[in-house]
Design a protein around this ligand. Structure first.
Ligand SMILES: Cc1cc2nc3c(=O)[nH]c(=O)nc-3n(C[C@H](O)[C@H](O)[C@H](O)COP(=O)(O)OP(=O)(O)OC[C@H]3O[C@@H](n4cnc5c(N)ncnc54)[C@H](O)[C@@H]3O)c2cc1C
Length: 371
């Protein structure tokens, strides 16, 4: 979110300083692990679809600027029981926004994409524009594009605190210097509650684990034959992607073991045998040809809101501070458009995009606002 905002601000002529406490890129936050799913028939809420359309355009734009391939199209499958929220939500989004799509049974999915072994009676929405973004590479692409437009980017510089100066200015204290600015955009991911106490009760970091397993039939797990997926099955909700860069089929379970992380600096980073068991059990049942030896396991953090929608808004007390972070485990695909939204808010006061459903004042968040 931060690197995309830096580019969008810099290309509009703003003077930008972007501060990152670790390296660029790094594996300590929420954006590492090579790939992130992008998909259009958004079962979480159809209001995300217009944002997705713009996100796709901007991913293509940053690809053109950087000369890197950042978005790979595989198609997407959102599947589960016919009366379940995931399938019904994806179908409703696809219909409402007239997205090209097909409804397939589990049996039809298996015939078309033989890596999949879903319950035969499950239903899935196949949508051809789905795919994945190459996540760390896309961060680097945004950083380089921002730099080429004059943005100053400092890695290994941690923001320690910030203080408003009247309603127009702000000073930011880091472990290296003190800066003055007209506006501050906080995109600190899992650490956002540390930098904006108002968000702390409603931006809860959670430990996640990703697995990459060597497929026994690798030809079935290539991007050309393996659509990215979101699946609701008996064991929970899972997502997965084809083999790309790491020699394994990649997947994870939403809210893996339900482990909230009160302090992201104390995240239990090393995956253990139970993490692996949970993930292998899923692959064994639904992707048996993908369940070979483990190639990699990695931890990562979600930052969850109570309703699992994002928060993008101005700070309730300090209008010169804009916050964007808690993305509840589904935000990466939107980074390109969130960068644009943040730049428009900072420069024009408001964004042209419809983001009322992501504001702090929305229903469902009010009870969590705390003092
Ligand atoms: C396992 C996993 C799988 C996911 N899969 C998907 C997916 O398939 N599709 C999808 O769309 N989304 C997915 N997500 C969610 C998505 O990756 C996140 O929503 C997104 O990456 C969050 O980006 P961010 O910029 O908010 O956070 P980050 O990328 O973590 O960036 C926040 C940055 O702020 C820096 N920072 C924090 N505090 C300070 C400070 N005090 N000073 C300076 N810098 C600071 C951090 O170092 C970090 O670099 C997944 C997340 C996880 C964990």
């Amino acid at each position: 979110m931060g690197s995309a905002a830096a580019w969008q601000l810099a290309r509009r002529g703003a003077r930008v300083l972007c501060l990152e406490r670790f390296d660029i890129p790094h594996a300590m936050g929420s954006s590492h692990g090579v790939t992130r799913i992008i998909r259009m028939p958004y079962y979480e809420d159809p209001r995300y679809v217009p944002l997705l359309r713009r996100a796709y355009q901007l991913w293509r734009e940053i690809e053109a600027v950087s000369g890197e391939r950042l978005l790979v199209t595989t198609g997407s499958i959102d599947a589960g029981p016919e009366d379940g929220e995931l399938f019904q939500g994806a179908l409703a989004s696809a219909r409402q926004h007239q997205l090209e799509h097909e409804v397939l049974t589990g049996a039809q999915i298996a015939r078309r994409f033989p890596a999949y072994h879903l319950p035969r009676v499950h239903r899935g929405v196949f949508q051809p524009d789905g795919g994945f973004v190459v996540s760390e590479l896309a961060i680097v692409a945004h950083v380089r594009a921002a730099q080429s437009q004059g943005a100053e980017i400092h890695a290994r510089e941690r923001v320690v605190s910030w203080e408003p100066r009247g309603s127009q200015r702000i000073s930011v204290v880091t472990d290296r210097a003190v800066y003055r600015a007209r506006q501050l955009i906080l995109t600190a991911g899992a650490w956002v509650g540390e930098l904006a106490a108002v968000l702390k009760p409603m931006a809860i970091p959670e430990r996640q684990v990703l697995a990459w397993l060597q497929p026994r039939r690798p030809e079935l797990f290539e991007p050309s034959r393996f659509p990215v997926f979101n699946l609701a099955v008996e064991e929970g909700r899972y997502y997965g992607l084809p083999v790309f860069q790491v020699p394994g089929f990649k997947f994870g379970r939403y809210h893996h073991r339900g482990e909230s992380v009160p302090n992201p600096d104390e995240l239990r980073r090393e995956p253990d045998a139970e993490d692996e068991r949970i993930l292998r059990q899923f692959a064994q049942r639904y992707f048996p040809d993908g369940c070979g030896p483990t190639m990699a396991l990695r931890t990562c953090m979600f930052t969850n809101t109570p309703d699992e929608h994002f928060i993008i808004d101005r700070h309730p007390e300090y209008p010169q501070v804009i916050v964007a972070s808690p993305c509840s485990g589904h935000g990466y695909k939107f980074c390109s458009v969130i960068g644009e939204i943040l730049a428009e808010m900072a420069i024009n006061g408001e964004s042209r995009h419809q983001i009322d459903f992501l504001r702090l004042s929305r229903n469902g968040l009010a009870n969590h606002a705390g003092p």
